[in-house]
Design a protein around this ligand. Sequence first.
Ligand SMILES: Cc1ncc(COP(=O)(O)O)c(C=O)c1O
Length: 401
Amino acid sequence: MPEHLTINGGTPVRRAPFPVWPVWGSPERDAVREVIDSGAWGELSGDKVQAFEDRFATFQQARFALAVPNGTQALEVALQSLGVRPGDDVVTTAYTFIATVSAIFAVGARPIFVDIDPRTNLIDPAEIEPAITSRTRAIVPVHIGGQSCDLDGVLEVARRHGLPVLEDAAQAVGAEWRGTKVGAVGDLGTFSFQESKNLSGGEGGAIVTNLEDLHHLAWSLHNCGRGPQSDTFNFERMGGNYRLTELTGALLLAQMERLDGQMAVRDRNAALLTDGLAEIPGLEPTVVDERVTRHAWHLYQIRYDAATFGGRSREDVIAALNAEGIPASPGYVPLTGIEAVSTALRDRFGESVRQDSGSMPHADAAGRDTIWLYQTALLGSDDDTADILTACRKIATVWRS
Ligand SMILES: Cc1ncc(COP(=O)(O)O)c(C=O)c1O
């Protein structure tokens, strides 16, 4: 007799919650209190943001890191540093968070979407070349879920066309491509420390690079256009205030102490999940390229095949998993299918090619059938991960019988 699913009146696999996020304790309290008591609350008078930048640059194996208030503004400053301006095109993936393109719009440029590799849900380098025009000024690949995209492929096309690569690594703190941390493999890379991210300061962001000129330009742009030697009211260019507070800098420094340990736990649980899911047809984890020497596991992405589950919809499976106590959720709707994006494209740039819903078959399919587990579901014990697999098996057994 098959078990009853919880959505049909059965008993849930688990009732206990998965680990809460963020994780904090006295190091975070002490770090923030120290800043408050010092009275140096901004980076112009304190040293915590600078200390965080140094630490983060070392961690990401980049020569330079610049902290900014969030990942969206990190992208905006990075795009401006690359000279992207109104009239330019920027090539990016259709399967990403809207901030990737809100930043492109914010600097007045036009996003040009390309499709993904269906095995990884990441930008397909082979799709980039046809999207390049004489107006293209930069390529912005995104390491969705904490998995590096095919940076060799992206860089090869970019170099051939003399275009810079800005890695949107918002979700990929600690991820590696062929033994090197992402972010500064391309010309610039940006990170987010928003509250859901694997390294969080509540909000926060960073720009990393190995290129001194770009770092200096980004630094100037983030500090009202000042130059390194300028006095308070001397400005070298138009910039903005994109400085991080010392409170967030101190919090991020404290959180970095926990990062390696948390990454190791996610690695272990992701490996257990991948082993277990290999026995459950119809729930296929996205493929991890062998050149990805470290995955950051911001998301664990599963492609769902309805045909092996008696035609049940992805939404049915997610509802069933949630009822069993597993916090699964649907992934992105590709940006090409989002009305706000098409309206902005139409209003600002008129009709354009390669931007319509339906023009990205692989991103569209990923939008229909991907199931996400967030990083917090990977922070538990082996038993917690076993519960995820038990719930998947239970649903598969009932719906296939
Ligand atoms: C891929 C991607 N890019 C950019 C951002 C923007 O970061 P933030 O929320 O810190 O502005 C996010 C995160 O939210 C993201 O997931």
